[in-house]
Design a protein around this ligand. Structure first.
Ligand code: SF4
Length: 206
């Protein structure tokens, strides 16, 4: 296995890798990540740029009705579910967690709309926890490279946790996303210009 070389190269390629979502607080990050399901970060950033001008705390968010919030987040897709989740999570943050997004991974997952991936992103980005959130890019790129050999995001996360040193998990998550966006596209990956091809199982037909 070539984990070490692959991780070194990814770090060299994307030393500044960071979340593409815009946020100014843990609550804003949580809402942005909920909105980003099945939606591009660019679209979410456009929507939250307006939404967070007035509704950037759980208290303020709860002044919106379900329908009012749906109108504001409509273009992110799945707007009914997302609006319901954001309002429900906001209510729980106030009633169960003293108005603060909980820093505990298990507690995060009790919030509406927060599954393993969302909890991992918030836990890692907002609280400095070690976690690899497996989104579509992380899933595709890590399995192509051979860092994982799995058919589900859940199994991929477990295998990446085993293959990558824990203190690199959060950064590796961002590196894999950047590589998926810039080079290892879902359709027609740019293997000719990829500096990881020496080690890549997909490229080498392994
Ligand atoms: S060689 Fe091709 S498939 Fe492998 S990581 Fe690079 S772009 Fe992706």
């Amino acid at each position: 296995m070539n984990e070490r070389e692959i991780l070194c190269e990814l770090e060299k390629l994307y030393p500044q890798a960071a979340p593409a979502l815009h946020f100014n607080s843990t609550y804003e990050l949580l809402v942005a990540v909920i909105l980003s399901a099945q939606c591009t970060d660019e679209r979410v950033n456009k929507v939250t740029a307006e939404l967070f001008k007035e509704y950037n705390t759980p208290q303020k968010m709860l002044t919106l009705s379900q329908q009012e919030l749906e109108k504001r987040i409509f273009s992110c897709g799945f707007y009914r579910n997302k609006a319901a989740h954001i309002l429900s999570a906001s209510r729980d943050i106030i009633e169960k967690f003293g108005g603060q997004v909980p820093a505990d991974h298990a507690a995060l997952k009790t919030l509406a709309g927060v599954g393993q991936k969302t909890a991992n992103v918030v836990y890692a980005v907002a609280f400095g926890g070690d976690a690899i959130a497996v989104d579509t890019h992380v899933f595709r790129v890590s399995n192509r490279l051979g860092l994982a050999h799995a058919t589900t995001p859940e199994k991929t996360e477990l295998q990446l946790n085993a293959a990558i040193p824990k203190d690199m998990w959060s950064r590796a998550h961002h590196w894999l996303i950047f590589h998926g966006r810039r080079v290892c596209h879902s359709q027609r990956p740019d293997c000719a210009n990829c500096t990881l091809k020496t080690w890549c199982e997909y490229y080498n037909g392994r």
